[in-house]
Structures are given as C-alpha cells and as structure tokens.
Write a protein that binds this ligand. Structure first.
Ligand code: SF4
Length: 969
C-alpha cells in the first residue's frame, strides 16, 4: 500500500516557549558565584541557564547550578519561625510569628550587650555576607565572631597574606592563557568548580602540562597529565625538595627576588639578643640591605641600590647580619630537604622529584614569555616589556587542612617566588583587591579593656597579628575569645576557630557564654569534629541548675538540617533565589586578575512561606537591639528596607559601600562615590554584576606596578601606592618565636613556650602532621581523608532530589594492592578505628589512591530523619561521616593540657591529619555505624512538602501534577 511508504509529516517546534520571563542573578549552589539566568513561567522557575555575559562563568553552568531548582523547591525547607518546646534534640517546636521570634532574640541580646557583650558568640558558616556579619558583631561589641574560614582554609589565606599579600582560591588565579606548567596541590572538585574547569580546558587545548599533587586520583587529578600521589600532609616536604633542587641547579630568578621580595633584607644574627632574627632597620623603621655599589648599609626599598643576597655583614654596632636569601638558601640546600629525604616522607621517588624540578626550571626559564607591554614600576622606572615565567600553582584544602598546612602553603609561595612567577605573564596572578601589604594592617579587636557594655568594638573581630602585642589575651595569657583565636594556642588564627566554639562554650573555657547565634553552619553534623561529643554538649545540662550548659542557641537556616533540632529559636532563611545579596569587594568578590568585579542576587521569586532573608533579619535585630550603626539618632531603624536598603545606603567609609558599581548620585563612578539610589537597578540592567577591565599596563606585576598601585589606593583597597614586598622570611613569626624564647614584655605561659618556639619558624618548615607524630603511624597505619564530589557542595545538596541521584551513599575507598595485603575485598564492611572513636562502613577498592591512604566523599552521610529524608534513605543507612572518628582535641600533653586539633600557627582545623586502622566487620549487618537516633522530620517542625518530581507540569501535551509523599530520590 502506497500509504505505508509515506513519511508522515512531522512538525517539530524548534523554539517552544518555555518561559514567559527571565531574571538574572548569582548562583549559590557552591561558592563560585557564577552568573545565571532564571527562566520563569507563570511565576514558577522553569529552568536555570548560565549567563554568557558573566565574568565568572561566561555562560558555563555545572550540574549543581542547574539543580538549583530542586534546592529552591526542596522538601527540607523551613517555612515558619520556630520555638523549641521539647528537649533539645527532640525536634519538638511550636510555630511562632516573626515579631515574637525577633522580640525574644532581641530582648536577650539587649541584656547581654548591657552586661557583657562577649557572652554573645556569633558564628556563621559558608555564607557570603561576612562584610555585614563581621561589622554587625563589632557594632554589638563582641569579639566572638567568625565565619567558617577557621575550619575551611585559613592556612591558605593566612600563609598567602603573610607571604605574598594575596592567596589562592578566589583571591588569585593561574594565568590560564599563558602558563606552560600548572601544578595543583590538594584541590577537590569544587574548590573551585566552573572557573577551574574552564581554565583546565584552556590549558589542555593549548597543550600546557598539568600536574596534580593529591593522594587521590579523582576529579581534576584524573584528567591531569601527571598525577603525583603524595602521602597526606607531606606536600611541604615535596615542595621543599623541589626548592632544594632548583637552588642546587641555580635555576632561580635572582633579579625577581631582589626587586620584589625581601630576599636582600638583612636579618640580625645575634643569638640570645632581643632582636635576634629580626630585620635590621633604619631610623624610620625602613628595612636595610647591603649595597654592593657603595659597600654600605642602605635602605632596601630604594630603587638604585644593588643589594647583596648572600654573605655576612657587620653592622655599625659590631654585630653581624645576613640577607634573608642566605638564611633561606642555607636551609633548603641542606640534604635534609633533598629528594632522598623527601622520598621517605612523601612516597614520591627521588628521581621523580628531580625530574619535576627540572621541568619546572625548563618551563620557567626556557619558555620565558615576553609581552610587548610598557609599564611603570613602583619607583617610576619605565619598563618596555612584561617578562613572564610560565609556571603557575594552585592549592586548596588538601594542603590547608593539616596541622602543617600554614608552612606548606608558605613553601608553595616560596617556590613560586624563586621561579619568579608571581603576577607575571604565565604565572599565578593576584585578583584585586589583592595584593595587600604582607600581612594586611588590620588587627583583631577584643583585647582586655576593648569589650565593654553597650559599646561598639573598636575594630573588626578578625585581623592579622604581627607580634605578641596583637594577641587577644590578658596579662597571664588567658584567651579573650570563646574559640581561643588570637591566643597562644593559635596566634595567627585570622579566620577564628569555629570548630572549637561549642566545646569551649560547653566547658565554660575561658568563660561561659549566654547565647550561641549561628547562621547556615551545620555544627551538629558535618561541620563538627567529635560529632557525638558535640551533640552531647549541645544537650548537656548543669546538674546544679538544670539549665543547658550552652544556655541559649539561636539558629538561622533555610533547611531542616541536623542542627535545627538542637536550637532554641529558629529563624527560617530564604533560598538564594528569593533574596537580595551582595558579592562584595568588602568581602569575597568575584574579581578576575584583569579587573575588579562584584555582583548581587535579586529575588527571582517571592517566598510562599513565612521566611525572611537572614541578612535582613540581622539588620532588623540590630535595630531592635539599638546598635549604633543600625539606628538613627531618634532610635528608628536606619535601614527599614532591609538588606537591599543597606546595600545601597550603607557606607563603610565615606564613598565606599558594599557595592562598587554605579556609585555617585547619577551612577557615573565606580569604587568610590556617593550613594546612588538607583544602584540596584543598574546592577539588574547589567545582569546583576559590575566589572571593570584594567588597561594592559596594569594587568601584571601588581605588587610593583605604579599605575595599578595608584588605582588600588584610589579604590581604597590599600592605604598607599607603596610597593608590596613579598616575604620569603617572615618577621612576624620570628617575633612570636622570640617571645617564646623569653624576650619582650608579652611572653607565652610556660606550657605554650616550646610549641610557639618550635612552630613559629620565619622560614617555611615541614614536620609530620600531629596525628602522625609520637608513633601514631604505627598503631593507625592509614591516613583517612575526604574529597568533595562535583555534585554537592558540603551538605548543601543533601535534600536536592536531582543531585541525590548521583550520590546517595558513600564508600571508603582503599588502594587495591594494600587492601589485598590487609585481607580486604571489594564491598567488605570494615570498622574504621582512630585514637578517638570507630565507625563502620563499606569499602570499595581502587588503584588511584596512595597506598597508605583511604578516603571518602565528604558530607554524603546523613542522620536519619534530617533534611526531611526518609529514615531509610541510603544517606542514613549506608552513608557515613568520618567526623565521628576525628577529635577536636589532641591527646593530652604531660601537663594535662589538650590543644585543639589545629594548625599551631593559624588554628586551622586539621581535618586531614586523621589516622586510622581498618578491621574487617562481621558479615551480616549492612548498615553503617554509628546510627544515631532518628530525628523527627515533620512531627512538630514546619517543613515543606516532599516534592518528588518537578517540571512535568510544564509539558504541554502530557500534563502531570507534581507528586508528594516520597523520599525525594
Ligand atoms: S560552579 Fe558553583 S556557582 Fe557555578 S554554576 Fe556550578 S554550583 Fe553554581
């Protein structure tokens, strides 16, 4: 039949109308802050697309970003303010109105402020409004504030800021377009995500070499040209061996070192003296060097001197001094830092270390890049080209989360300095507002006498100490902060020590607090070490009074996380698509190395729940408490329009506010300028971001580029346009060491002296991570670490029905060869035992992991009933958390004192120091352990419907109503 052979006419609509409105905003499914376009239909989110015009992602959208829909419609969303009515942990709450909730909190905080402001501890998680929260804490008058940086990556931040005036992660980036050799240390897949993926694809397209140093070969390591499977915590030894090799081969950029670092600065060599190891300084405090032209001591900052970098010189007072470079070279030329010693520590063969050093030297010196771009150096000298050494490095938590991470990160920056690759074509590049002076001049406030009733703190709670006089301790050395940050326990804890807040508050050490106020910090689960212990502390009562030892806990979160049931008042937050926000230059902006940028979030949809954005709540609370910066003279609220009002009208200093774009009454200036009432509208017109491109002559050598430095000073990023000198030798560290050796007015208590004296080394040093010392490695032969999956950022994806399909449970990954030696097979259940605790989980064998290392995905394991998941959800039954076997305290010293499980310099939580042994579990029970009691999910709590599917309603031909009642997977 003819009809059988006819091709039916098909009509395919190539451009169906899928949305009736599109709004731009900024993604918040991880910390990268890509620009997105949210397509809406009938007021509901239809889909999310990357914004092609946005400077961060240029249209690229990852799986997390597109799954933001299911975050927004999460079944775990809180819907109403809650007041606890049952025991802490019972999850029994009653719904209350906002006015009542805010009234209760404001009344309590008012009393605290009138009594002793430090009894309020205000800590936030991975939020993006730290410029507001830190300022709010100062207005309140409490020093007890920090965000998550202390348990995230403060080692990276502090080591960078004390060494090069900038740091890795969002504060700098490799020169993706020019680098020939890229080394990445300890970077998980989301640190960062789209920007690194885009950068790596650029690198690979150009054929540049990519070396990944990481104990685990997943994610970025899996696509690297070379994977260096180093032992956890040994990266510093590896890097110092590269330095050893480069020094021996004389493959270093001496000219760069002399011009841009403190290599020539003279260091006093007078053992036992008060100033031993400090820089030789002139009458005005200027650092001095030995000028080879005049054969005299000279100001090291002068452009005309020819400073010596080696030798020993006699000072006017007869003492001797040596250049920093000489001290550095003496250390790393020693065979203790050579490849053979490093091979024993790292597991990387000595010949591989030598080869990599040779490759670095070849890339840096044989592939030199010359850009024909004229620029002017800090001294006003015209340079006719920009010379680049195309080696770039990047590092993140794999380096940071060790008790030796500060020094390891400093060593990586030292390696970059020796190769002359910082902020040059092909190298590691600063993103504005960096570089800043090393370290930045801001000091932490909260010394004795600075915390007073109803008084604003005389500065920010966080900062950068440069000597014992900047510590927050009293005369006998007692810490002044509840987390003991900026004390002798961790003097340079520039981001605070959030992982110690609950333990210290429970103990009342150094003092009891009244209220713990937290925002989006899952401290009763994946953000705490010693998890069961922390839960006990949150519920523990004083036997005499019957009161909770941490009397009052206020928490703001958008979701029913594991932490919510342990709090007394819940202030439900919006999702990121329902709020105003700023990605501010005052906080952690989205700049590129080619220019500054910032961004906003705008409400794309209105909440259909009784929730409020935390930042507006904080501003409202501040007005109710009567904080000076948040009230007018007549006591009325200064920003009655909430966060949007604050973003436009707040000025931190005259002309400088949270947003840098379209300032001035008519919006015709940027950086500084009067308040522009239409500023948010201008951002929206531009896709919710502002950016500025540097002219070509400002793009490199920012630490010494006159035009750049003058621009940065005019923007208020730096105090003056003076050259920023990188510090291979750190004088602030030596000042602490001198105090430990008995010099100066402020000295550590006896019990801390040896520790401060040992770890405050002015040159990068390497020591075994604390859990690998004292024979720990014999009893617990495996390192245990986590990697973060691409599909989830911390626990943020826990309730996301689309992302849960990728990871619903996790395994412990074990090296196949090592497992066979241990008698373990694929799919076995094992006990993972540390010095602190034990957990049970299932293993999977793989080749791509260092033999002594086991690892798992972070934050996949969930507590039963949390996140509105079914108690039978695989996250709870088979998923697990390593946090149970990590202690927040180190074993006691002889004195009985227990230090926190942290880097001794910065207080960074040492998550990756963990050592364990594995024991095969009895067959039968295939459930991970421990299984804590099931949290009630919907009993009294006000949480959203369990939405199983989304989007079917938008299909025109087969309308399907959204279903409810499943467990979200
Ligand atoms: S990389 Fe992060 S910010 Fe960018 S789209 Fe993905 S989740 Fe969103």
């Amino acid at each position: 039949m003819l009809g059988d052979f006819l091709t039916p006419q098909e009509r395919i609509d190539l451009s169906p109308q899928i949305a009736d409105e599109t709004k731009t905003t900024t993604c918040y499914m991880c910390a990268c802050r890509c620009g997105i376009k949210v397509h809406l239909r009938d007021g509901e989110i239809r889909y999310i697309e990357g914004n092609k015009d946005h400077p961060v992602n240029k249209g690229v959208l990852c799986g997390k970003g597109s799954a933001g829909i299911m975050q927004h419609y999460s079944p775990a969303r809180l819907t109403k303010p809650l007041r606890r009515v049952g025991e802490r942990g019972s999850g029994e709450f009653e719904e209350i109105e906002w006015d009542e909730a805010l009234g209760i909190v404001a009344e309590r905080m008012k009393k605290i402020r009138a009594d002793d402001p430090k009894k309020l501890a205000f800590f936030t998680g991975r939020d993006q409004s730290q410029a507001l929260t830190g300022w709010w804490a100062s207005q309140f008058g409490t020093p007890n504030h920090a965000a998550h940086g202390g348990f995230c990556s403060v080692n990276m931040a502090a080591a960078g800021l004390y060494t090069i005036g900038g740091s890795f992660w969002e504060f700098g980036e490799p020169d993706w377009d020019h680098t020939e050799y890229f080394m990445m240390f300890g970077v998980a897949e989301d640190h960062d995500s789209n920007p690194i993926k885009m950068g790596l694809s650029t690198l690979k397209a150009r054929g540049a070499k990519f070396v990944s140093v990481n104990p685990v070969k997943t994610g970025y390591s899996a696509i690297a040209d070379e994977w260096v499977g180093v032992r956890p915590g040994s990266d510093g030894a590896f890097v110092m061996a590269l330095i050893h090799e480069l020094l021996h081969a004389d493959k270093i950029d001496l000219d760069y070192l002399v011009r841009y670092t403190n290599a020539p600065w003279l260091v006093i060599k007078d053992p036992g003296a008060d100033d031993d190891g400090l820089f030789v300084r002139g009458a005005d405090g200027e650092p001095l060097c030995w000028d080879q032209n005049t054969k005299q001591i000279a100001d090291a900052r002068l452009a005309g001197v020819a400073p010596a970098v080696v030798g020993e010189y006699t000072l006017e007072d007869g003492r001797t001094a040596v250049p920093s470079f000489q001290l550095m070279a003496d250390r790393y030329l020693d065979n203790n830092y050579g490849p053979e010693a490093a091979a024993l520590r790292t597991g990387v063969a000595a010949n591989h270390i030598r080869r990599i050093a040779a490759e670095l030297a070849e890339a840096a010196f044989d592939k030199e890049i010359v850009l024909d771009v004229e620029w002017t150096d800090w001294a006003g000298r015209k340079q006719d080209k920009m010379i680049g050494r195309p080696v770039a490095m990047h590092a993140m938590r794999g380096i940071s989360a060790h008790s030796n991470g500060f020094h390891t990160c400093r060593a990586i920056h030292l390696l970059q300095m020796l190769l002359g690759t910082i902020d040059v074509p092909g190298g590691f590049r600063y993103k504005p507002p960096f570089p800043r002076p090393c370290p930045p001049p801001q000091k932490p406030a909260g010394k004795p006498g600075q915390v007073n009733a109803n008084t604003v703190l005389p500065g920010p709670p966080l900062g950068f100490p440069t000597g014992p006089e900047d510590l927050l301790v009293d005369e006998d050395g007692t810490p002044q902060r509840i987390d003991k940050a900026f004390s002798w326990e961790a003097p340079i804890s520039a981001h605070g020590m959030m992982h110690m807040v609950i333990t210290n508050a429970w103990k009342g050490d150094p003092y009891p607090i009244d209220t713990l106020f937290m925002f989006m910090a899952n401290m009763a689960w994946n953000s705490s070490m010693n998890l069961s212990g922390v839960i006990d502390m949150l519920t523990d009562r004083n036997p005499e009074t019957g009161d909770y030892k941490i009397p009052f806990i206020v928490y703001s979160d958008a979701f029913w996380s594991e932490t919510v049931p342990y709090c007394d008042i819940i202030l439900p937050d919006t999702t990121y698509l329902e709020r105003w926000d700023a990605v501010s230059l005052l906080d952690r902006p989205i700049c590129s190395a080619d220019g500054p940028a910032d961004a906003i979030r705008q409400p794309v949809v209105e909440p259909a729940r009784d929730v409020r954005p935390f930042q507006s709540v904080l501003i409202d609370l501040g007005a109710r408490i009567g904080l000076p910066g948040l009230t007018n003279d007549d006591g009325s609220a200064k920003y009655p329009g909430g966060y949007a009002d604050y973003l436009v009208n707040h000025e931190r200093t005259p002309g400088i506010g949270p947003l840098a774009g379209w300032r001035g009454e008519d919006g015709d200036s940027h950086g500084t300028g009067a308040v522009n009432p239409n500023q948010l509208g201008r951002y929206i017109e531009n896709g919710c971001f502002w950016s500025h491109e540097f002219p070509e002559n400002q793009r490199y050598y920012k630490h010494a580029n006159k035009d750049y430095l003058e621009y940065a000073a005019s923007m208020g990023w730096i105090g003056s346009s003076d050259q920023i000198v990188m510090q291979i030798y750190s004088e602030p560290l030596q000042r602490f060491r001198l105090a430990a050796r008995g010099h100066g007015d402020i000295q550590p208590p006896e019990e801390h002296r040896a520790r401060i004296g040992g770890y405050f080394d002015p040159l990068p040093t390497w020591y075994r991570p604390f859990e690998s010392q004292d024979g720990g490695e014999d009893e617990y032969p495996f390192f245990a670490i986590t990697q973060r999956p691409m599909a989830m950022y911390h626990s943020w994806g826990s309730q996301n029905a689309w992302l849960r399909q990728i990871h619903t449970s996790n395994r412990l990954y074990v090296n196949r060869t090592q497992a066979e030696l241990e008698g373990l097979e694929d799919d076995d259940w094992v006990w993972v035992i540390s010095h602190h605790n034990r957990i049970k989980c299932q293993i999977r064998l793989m080749e791509g992991v260092e033999r002594n290392t086991v690892w798992t995905w972070n934050a996949i394991g969930k507590r039963k009933g949390s996140w509105n998941l079914s108690p039978d959800a695989p996250e709870a039954k088979q998923g697990f958390l390593l946090n149970h076997v990590i202690s927040e305290l180190l074993p006691p010293k002889e004195s009985g004192y227990r230090y926190s499980n942290s880097d001794p310099v910065t207080g960074q939580a040492a998550w990756y120091d963990l050592r364990v042994r594995l024991e095969k579990a009895e067959p039968g029970d295939e459930t991970s352990q421990p299984q804590l009691d099931t949290l009630p999910s919907t009993n009294n709590a006000s949480v959203g419907e369990r939405i199983l599917r989304y989007g079917a309603r938008f299909k025109p031909k087969r309308p399907v109503e959204p279903q409810s009642g499943g467990d979200g997977a």
